[in-house]
Design a protein around this ligand. Structure first.
Ligand code: SF4
Length: 431
């Protein structure tokens, strides 16, 4: 018995898909890349942008024929759009067997048991241990939900307020992943660094303490985290990044806009100068740190001057990557009540911002050509640097090993490299 998963949206959804996959594997299913082979088709939806929601809905519509070919098959719809539009989904797509919103992820095992209990008796299952999936990198969710209320964002409506997993449970999952072959752990949460921000749960249970504890787990080579909120990038977190050897010198720190007026209208709770001050501290503590960000263009009320301030912030920071999004109004959010800019203007700003971000990123990558980098090799012979650059190693390299390589070239997103003998001596730089 096989299952197929389609995931839309962010890393949180990717991690949720991983978790749901583990529940399915523990119930005797195995993953397939071919939907025709599957008896469960799981669509993990996103509602952050209208486009992502529309794509998921049209896929769910097409599954009517998939299900009709073998009526015992199950269509399962999960994630943020499932949380927000459950009634619509149930009415519009009667071939869907189960709608489980993003808040149900913690009880997905029990929910899936309920679904499988409806199967004919001759299809009852042997419960088997979850199979390792052979990857060297894995997400580990440490918290769910968000206490913020950014005016453009639907996430708090669909995922609820912050809930933290206990540290011992997180560490147990990290050890389990390590036993499966994982070496590179990414801690995941909507505002991941707000983990136990009030410290009420006792010593060493804040985010900085968690970084140190995860880094200390035997077998963990690399620790990353996503997505931090600038408000919680405290000196303690920066210090932990700089001093815990396993924590990688890379950070995706969403800025969204370079204009104070827009940041205020977005209710982001930091200023342009505050953000730049954090970047200054990060670079002082880790001079080679790889930085990336998210930017929204065309936010309601964003003037030409506001937009230019975003461009100037990108130049001031020099991000290695920048993900540029066109503002997408989401019903039920305060920003959606304000009038939007014409599509053409939003398109123009998007193109200009993307062009600048790509030029800066290329310049950053070119600085790495000729340097030595440690690459943790994944299946297929490619791997990642500590800075999370994807690297193709000439001649391939054994999966699961960390090998020193010399960067020889770069294209739009990837580095090319050749293996080196470090004893020969060569210059290195963070990447
Ligand atoms: S911090 Fe803001 S953008 Fe991020 S999930 Fe929370 S409300 Fe959404």
């Amino acid at each position: 018995m096989k299952y197929f998963v389609r995931t839309y949206g962010c890393q949180m959804n990717v991690a949720d898909s991983d978790e749901m996959s583990r529940h399915l594997r523990a119930r005797g299913f195995s993953a397939t890349d071919d939907p025709d082979d599957a008896s469960i088709f799981l669509v993990n939806t996103c509602t952050v942008r209208q486009h992502a929601e529309d794509r998921a809905f049209s896929e769910i519509g097409r599954l009517r024929r998939w299900k009709a070919a073998r009526p015992d098959r199950k269509v399962v719809v999960t994630g943020c759009a499932a949380e927000r539009t459950r009634d619509f989904l149930e009415r519009r797509f009667p071939h869907v067997d189960l709608v489980a919103g993003a808040r149900s992820i913690e009880s997905f095992g029990a929910i899936v048991d309920g679904l499988l209990a409806k199967r004919p008796a001759d299809e009852s299952l042997d419960y088997a241990a979850g199979a390792p999936d052979g990857r060297v990198a894995s997400f580990v969710t440490i918290m769910r939900g968000c206490n913020y209320s950014c005016t453009y964002c639907i996430v708090p409506h669909v995922r609820g307020r912050e809930r933290y997993r206990p540290m011992d449970e997180i560490l147990a999952e990290v050890r389990e992943r390590v036993e499966e072959g994982v070496r590179d752990v990414t801690l995941l949460g909507q505002t991941v660094n707000s983990y136990h921000r009030d410290g009420r749960a006792g010593r060493n249970t804040d985010f900085a303490g968690l970084l140190a504890s995860v880094g200390a787990v035997d077998g963990v080579e690399r620790v990353r985290f996503i997505s931090p909120h600038p408000f919680y990038m405290t000196d303690g977190v920066i210090d932990a990044m700089a001093t815990v050897p396993e924590v990688c010198e890379c950070l995706h720190l969403p800025v969204q806009s370079g204009s104070d007026a827009v940041l205020h209208a977005m209710r982001r709770n930091y200023t342009r100068d505050g953000y730049l001050e954090i970047v200054g501290k990060l670079r002082q503590a880790m001079p080679g740190i790889v930085l990336s960000t998210d930017v929204i263009v065309g936010f309601p009320g964003e003037t030409e001057d506001d937009f230019r301030q975003t461009l100037s912030l990108l130049k001031a920071v020099g991000f290695d990557w920048c993900f540029v999004f066109k503002y997408s109004p989401r019903q039920g959010t305060p920003a959606a009540e304000r009038s939007s800019w014409p599509e053409r203007l939003v398109e123009e700003r998007h193109a200009a911002c993307l062009d600048l971000a790509e030029r800066i990123g290329l310049e950053r990558r070119r600085r790495l050509v000729g340097t030595i980098q440690d690459v943790l090799v994944e299946e297929g012979g490619a791997g990642r640097t500590r800075g999370n650059y994807k690297v193709r190693v000439a001649g391939g390299a054994p999966a699961g090993r960390t090998v020193p390589v010399r960067v020889t070239n770069t294209d739009r997103a990837t580095l090319e490299a050749e293996p080196v003998d470090v004893t020969a001596g060569a210059l290195s730089a963070a990447g």
